[in-house]
Ligand binder design. Structure first.
Ligand code: AHR
Length: 518
């Protein structure tokens, strides 16, 4: 072999040289990185398109119950294990007057929705939302109107929901049929106020002043609430997202419990490995920066108020997004038809949230039904989109400890960015059940990756429960009556050698291995 061919061969992808690529994952259940908070499996419903009206709520439908809630949707929502539900927006929140949405439904005013260019009937409001949360067992999270709304509107909303004494707004709540307080613990201090598309958009200083006063007033109403600041939604080299977060964290650090982040990703160039790789790098970078910013804002205080990340909007969203204004975009209904590769992206997101379990203590998929959602309805029924399956499966890992895994294996590069592994891995451990979950996304389009899995503490059992999502067609979708993408489950005997075994993760797949450890 000439020197030139030897050099060329060394740089060819391993698969082309006919060798089996090798990777390794080392598990040590003593090396953990925080609890995977149940709120990481949160969701979001906005007054937008068919998410609420025609999604979770459809009065008069034979599929709806006495409250107007679609029973088939309720059944589909339950396995998702939605721990916390955000409402009423989104952009919608920044023009919403909550007082329009209480009292007898037929007397509620219809209003123009200037966020999305719709007509809001207000037939679904605070009490309907909170009743829905009770039905699905989710913690409610209300986002106040920090756009066109006032500090006192926000304070009065807390009074309506949480006041125990005989005050005016508690009286209104009782008149509307709810004697005991709803006790809403989680409140967002506005949505994407950094974005020029937002009604009542503000600069970071003005937003922080508003949010500080809102926080003060809301907390005086109820000292037990948790508050989420509107962090940067605009991400990228041309947006001053770092500056926004720095100001907001600096001004609000003694008042807030979370800072929110949003992101939507897509694959417009139809490049599978780039889709799952570039977005993973961005996500990782963004989480690391914001974690650092939180620490910097706390400025060496010995016992700073803990501030966590609430990634309260995330998903794949790019096809049903045409138009330059929100009104134009809204015409698409934001009704994404998800395919198989989008489902794999759920693994990418959730793996990152799990790896950052010590800082990411809430994440809300946007959204629950019809609008960029895992559940898709028409008047007659529904189907489960491809992205439904990983969401339902990962949510079983709530309360587990995130594992600090050591991984190695074949890598690839996107442009000049740092090399990244084809395997995107996270792991969790439940000391109570003595169960390890290994979540492995193989983002190689071509390579099955044989991986040596070693366990440092405790003996792993002789078999694994395997959950696998795979499909030969990256663009395969589900539809009414057609389920092309759904997970396979099996029990797999482990050819154990020592305290480890080798497992092959198929190309373009998402696998969850459940291992017992004694
Ligand atoms: O989830 C759809 C929209 O995306 C939300 O209303 C807004 O917050 C974001 O830009």
């Amino acid at each position: 072999m000439t020197r030139r061919t030897a050099l060329l061969t060394a740089f060819l992808p391993v698969v082309l040289r006919g060798q089996q690529p090798q990777a390794a994952i080392r598990i040590d259940t003593n090396r953990t990185a925080g609890e995977v908070h149940p709120y990481v499996f949160g969701n979001f419903v906005e007054h937008l398109g068919r998410c609420i009206y025609g999604g979770i709520f459809e009065e008069g439908s034979p599929l709806a119950d006495a409250d107007g809630f679609r029973r088939d949707v309720l059944d589909a929502v339950k396995p998702l294990g939605v721990s916390v539900l955000r409402w009423p927006g989104g952009n919608f929140a920044s023009g919403y007057n909550w007082k329009d949405g209480i009292g007898p439904r037929d007397q509620r005013p219809a209003r123009p929705d200037h966020a999305w260019g719709a007509l809001e009937t207000n037939r679904f409001g605070t009490d309907e939302f909170l009743r829905y949360c009770e039905r699905i067992g989710a913690e409610p999270y209300i986002c106040i109107n920090a756009g066109l709304g006032s500090v006192d509107d926000a304070r009065q909303w807390v009074e309506y929901c949480n006041e125990t004494r005989n005050t005016y707004w508690a009286g209104q709540r009782r008149k509307n049929g709810r004697e005991k307080p709803w006790n809403v613990k989680i409140w967002g201090l506005g949505n994407e106020i950094d974005g020029p598309w937002q009604l009542g958009h503000k600069n970071a200083e003005d937003y922080s002043k508003f949010a500080l006063e809102a926080a003060k007033a809301m907390r005086r109403q109820d000292g037990g609430i948790q508050l989420i600041a509107s962090g940067s939604s605009n991400f990228g080299p041309n947006a001053d997202w770092i500056g926004w977060n720095r100001t907001v964290l600096d001004r609000l650090k003694d008042e807030i419990d979370y800072i929110s982040l949003h992101t939507y990703i897509g694959n417009p160039g139809n490049n599978f490995e780039r889709f799952l790789g570039a977005n993973a790098l961005d996500l990782e970078y963004r989480l690391q920066v914001v974690e650092g910013q939180i620490k910097a804002a706390q400025n060496g205080q010995r016992t700073p108020r803990p501030i966590y990340i609430a990634f309260d909007e995330w998903n794949v969203w790019y096809r049903a997004r045409s138009g330059t204004t929100e009104f134009e975009i809204a015409k698409t209904g934001l009704e994404e038809h998800y395919n198989f590769e989008d489902a794999l992206a759920m693994g990418m997101f959730l793996n990152a949230f799990i790896r950052h379990a010590s800082s990411v203590k809430m994440a809300n998929l946007a959204q629950l039904v019809n609008v960029i959602a895992p559940i898709f309805t028409n008047r007659q029924g529904l189907y489960l989109q491809t992205i439904y399956w990983p969401l339902a499966e990962y949510s079983k890992q709530r309360n587990n400890l995130s594992l600090d895994l050591q991984t190695s294996g074949p890598t690839y590069r996107i442009d000049t960015r740092p090399a990244l592994g084809y395997l995107d891995v996270s792991g969790t451990y439940s000391p109570k059940d003595r169960t390890i979950c290994l979540n492995v996304l193989n983002r190689s389009e071509k390579m099955d990756i044989a991986t040596r899995i070693e366990n440092a503490a405790g003996q792993i059992g002789a078999e694994a429960a395997v959950w696998e999502l795979n499909n030969p067609d990256l663009k395969a979708t589900n539809d009414f009556g057609v389920e092309r993408v759904r997970p396979a489950t099996r029990t797999s005997a482990l050819a154990a050698a020592g305290n480890g075994f080798t497992y092959t993760f198929p190309r373009h797949s998402l696998t969850i291995l459940r291992l017992k450890v004694s």
